[in-house]
Design a protein around this ligand. Structure first.
Ligand code: ATP
Ligand code: NAG
Ligand code: NAG
Ligand code: NAG
Ligand code: NAG
Ligand code: NAG
Ligand code: NAG
Ligand code: NAG
Ligand code: NAG
Length: 724
């Protein structure tokens, strides 16, 4: 009885052991790989497992086949009558093609009696068959092909299809690669096998219903309910009892790489899910995987490129602004005389201060070198806002450019910008005469011969301007600072005609006296009308200045105002004329020439116009074609200072006095005058370099006391006298 009691326990134990064995057995009947690293696959042909765990069936080399099989076979048939059990497979794949629309040949999942496909061919045979065993019942394989090449031999439907194959490659059912999603199962979505997009395939075989389902979907998408292919086929007639599972692939004439990223299999149940988060990464597209360096370099290079482009754009805009010019239709005729601002900008190295030659009343003068012609130039920048009169002025400049005389500074041309006019002159290497007369720090004083030659040269230039050119050109601003010296120390008259600039475009109710106090003929104060004889007057002062080395209005050691003409006349009356000759010459001068030029200077700067010679006569005196002028004592009995003083301090006359009294700087535009605290106050707008100086207070000479005049701020200005 006791023994009988043990029997159920023993049965229980046996049953338990059997259960365990079946559990172990069923454990062997399934797997799920998210990587192929470390697996014992049977590989042949081109198939390899890459270091990062990809199963690479073909590697891009042409006409190759590759196989990868699970090393051990599975039992597919149920004993005793040998029907094939249900099984399920899923796998993740990707196909890379150089040209995705012509590619070959695809990947086949295969359940086969053998792993030995050595007799199979590559290319369209997919490594599964050769040219004489397609469909041979002794092949004993079942496959699902992902076919990327259309082959007439196997009645392929297209070059992007999924097929179910039995013992050969002529599919029993096939469909264009794609899927039906669960939201709208009637709509078919194409999928391109060769897109190198990661996709998943599910294969299910129901052993009872003898039904094969194949489903495809992009990775990240759950398995669609509606399969792509469904075929009823009894695999019992195909498969052997024990069969291997694996992949086969081949390449033909097109470079392609076939990858399997993950794989799962199960007998008698759905295929285990593949953990898609753990799948190995595909190599980058393209024949050569790009290096990490490039991954860094390319964004950097792109950024640099964008930066460079941006900078270039900004520079181009700045450049256009920088080189912007004003050019109008009427200028076309002056074309040859027009310089581009860009050329001038480069010639003067961007108007650098180191190229600044000097600052004159009209603006700054820069030295430059035109790169094209290797011509040395001096560029004068004149700020000028008035558009009015610009045409006339440019016409004048151009016509002046046509003036050619060895004692004139050649004007090469001009350039116009907004609010600015640039005049391009011949470069004078020795600078202006006033510097040679007064700033003697590093220069030897001018010799008598040089001075005489300069005077003759300027006289001949003025004669040319007044009489020898097709029309009379007045200089209107003769003074040593407008006389430049060339390499041979020849005097060259510059700035001619420039005074005209301020004549144009002004109120016709007012007239202007343009010029520099000290050199302005007294009649200009009354008539405001420049004539050749007003130029002669300035020339006379200029001659006296060059010989005496003194400014037209100077200060004596006692602080008194010294008017150069009065001072020379005084010496003349006392018979000591030659004593006025510049002491810096230390007596080294030609007495005849000195006496001639002094007399000529006095004659030219006579207050009475009718006593002044014209330039032709001046030239004749200098060339000794005429005997030296004889100064009539009666004519010479004037005194500029007293002339001025006799007029008293009637504010109305102050403007007149100013032209006679002179000023080292230029005159401002007088807009009104009054007497305040016994001191005459003159209002004038001063044309400084760029800015209007506004109202300045001027103290003129108080009744003969020789008080110094102040112009605050001291600047180069012009005088204007209302004719009304
Ligand atoms: N062609 C030139 N070659 C060399 N230096 C020049 C030339 N033109 C002018 N300069 C220099 O530039 C300085 C300024 O010239 P600018 O003629 O403008 O002034 P300014 O003679 O003092 O007054 P103004 O405006 O009445 O002419 C001159 O003193 C001279 O040194
Ligand atoms: C891999 O499988 C083959 C065939 O079953 C076997 O001979 C071999 O020993 C296995 N190797 C390893 C490392 O498991
Ligand atoms: C591909 O594999 C074949 C066979 O293993 C080999 O000869 C060939 O060099 C490989 N090609 C590349 C590009 O790795
Ligand atoms: C094999 O046996 C199963 C039951 O075990 C049965 O359903 C099936 O019809 C049999 N198949 C054949 C071909 O006899
Ligand atoms: C594969 O089969 C061929 C002939 O069919 C045979 O020569 C070869 O040895 C076999 N290879 C293996 C590894 O069994
Ligand atoms: C099928 O293959 C076997 C073995 O390779 C061969 O003997 C047989 O003749 C083939 N059958 C046909 C129809 O080609
Ligand atoms: C899908 O592909 C087939 C064959 O290439 C084509 O005829 C069809 O128009 C495609 N359908 C869509 C929706 O792209
Ligand atoms: C095949 O798909 C159909 C339609 O969804 C389904 O009814 C059937 O059960 C599937 N068969 C297998 C073997 O999964
Ligand atoms: C092929 O598959 C389609 C889609 O599942 C199915 O509708 C058709 O009946 C199948 N054809 C064959 C011959 O099995």
């Amino acid at each position: 009885m006791g023994e009988m009691n043990h029997l159920p326990l023993l049965l229980h134990l046996i049953f338990f052991i059997v259960l365990c064995v079946s559990a172990i057995a069923s454990g062997e009947d399934q797997f799920a790989y998210s990587s192929f690293t470390g697996l014992n696959l049977t590989l042949d042909g081109a198939a390899t497992v890459t270091p990062n765990g990809l199963l690479e069936l073909t590697n891009g080399t042409l006409r190759l086949k590759g196989h990868a099989f699970h090393p051990t076979p599975f039992r597919f048939s149920k004993s005793p009558n040998g029907t094939v059990k249900s099984f399920a497979v899923s796998y993740v794949f990707a196909i890379y093609c150089v040209r995705p629309n012509i590619c070959g040949h695809g990947i086949a999942f295969v359940v086969s009696a053998t792993k030995n496909f050595s007799t199979a061919l590559q290319s369209e045979y997919m490594g599964l068959i050769n040219d004489n065993n397609n469909g041979n019942l002794s092949n004993h394989f079942f496959a699902v092909e992902l076919d990327t090449n259309q082959n007439e031999l196997f009645h392929d439907i297209n070059n992007n299809h999924v097929g179910i194959d039995i013992n050969g490659l002529t599919s029993v059912n096939s469909s264009t690669a794609g899927y039906y999603d669960d939201i709208d199962p009637s709509t078919f979505h194409n999928a391109t096998l060769t897109s190198y997009k990661v996709m998943q395939v599910w294969l299910e075989y129901n052993g009872d219903r003898r039904q094969i389902n194949v489903t495809l979907a992009p990775i990240h998408m759950a398995k669609p309910t509606k399969p792509l292919l469904s075929t009823n086929y009894d695999l019992s007639t195909v498969l052997t009892d024990m069969a291997y599972i694996g992949f086969s692939s081949s390449t033909g004439s097109f470079v392609a790489r076939h990858y399997v990223l993950g794989w799962s299999f199960a007998m008698n149940k759905p295929a285990p899910a593949i953990d898609i988060t753990k799948l190995p990464k595909l190599p980058r597209e393209g024949p050569k995987p790009r290096s990490k360096v490039l991954e860094i370099v390319i964004p950097l290079a792109t950024a640099a490129f964008v930066l460079v482009m941006g900078t270039t754009a900004i520079l181009l805009i700045r450049r256009t602004l920088r080189y912007a010019e004003v050019r109008e239709d009427w200028e076309v005729e002056f074309g040859p005389h027009r310089f581009s601002y860009k050329d001038l900008f480069h010639a003067t190295e961007g108007f650098k201060n180191k190229n600044l030659l000097g600052i004159g009343g009209f603006g700054r003068v820069y030295r430059g070198l035109l790169s094209a012609s290797k011509l040395e130039i001096a560029v004068k920048r004149i700020s000028h806002d008035s558009k009015q009169g610009m045409r006339e002025f440019v016409a004048e400049v151009v016509s002046i450019g046509c003036l050619k005389h060895r004692n004139l500074v050649q004007l090469h041309g001009y350039c116009r910008r907004k609010g600015e006019l640039l005049l391009v002159y011949e470069y004078m290497s020795k600078g202006s005469l006033d510097k040679c007369l007064y700033d003697l720090e590093d220069k030897p004083t001018l010799s008598w011969a040089q001075r005489f030659r300069i005077i003759k040269g300027i006289a001949s230039a003025l004669l040319y301007l007044h009489e020898e050119w097709e029309r009379v050109v007045l200089h209107r601003d003769i003074k040593p600072s407008n006389v430049l010296l060339d390499d041979e120390m020849n005097g060259r008259l510059g700035d001619f005609g420039l005074a005209r600039l301020y004549d144009h475009g002004t109120d016709p109710q007012t007239t202007h006296v343009v010029g520099t106090i000290g050199y302005l003929a007294p009649e200009l104060a009354r008539t405001s009308k420049a004539t050749p004889l007003t130029d002669v007057f300035s020339f006379g002062i200029f001659v006296l200045e060059v010989i005496c080395g003194r400014k037209p209005i100077d200060q004596s050691a006692q602080g008194n105002q010294v008017i150069l003409i009065d001072w020379v006349l005084d010496h003349c009356h006392r018979g000591l004329l030659l004593e006025v000759v510049d002491t810096k010459l230390q007596g080294d001068y030609n007495v005849d020439e000195a006496s001639l030029t002094l007399k000529l200077g006095l004659l030219c700067s006579h207050p009475f116009t009718n006593l002044r010679p014209n330039m032709r006569q001046v030239m004749q005196y200098l060339n000794r074609d005429m005997p030296p002028p004889d100064l009539n004592p009666m004519h010479m009995s004037f005194n500029v200072l007293s002339l001025m003083q006799n007029k008293g301090f009637d504010p109305e006359n102050i403007a007149n006095q100013m032209t006679m009294v002179g000023w080292r700087d230029r005159i401002g535009v007088v807009t009104g005058s009054t007497i305040r605290d016994g001191i005459p106050v003159l209002f004038l707008t001063a044309h400084g370099q760029d800015e209007l100086l506004g109202r300045c207070r001027i103290r003129t000479m108080a009744a003969g006391r020789g008080e110094q005049m102040h112009l605050a701020p001291a600047s180069s200005v012009k005088i204007e006298r209302s004719t009304g």
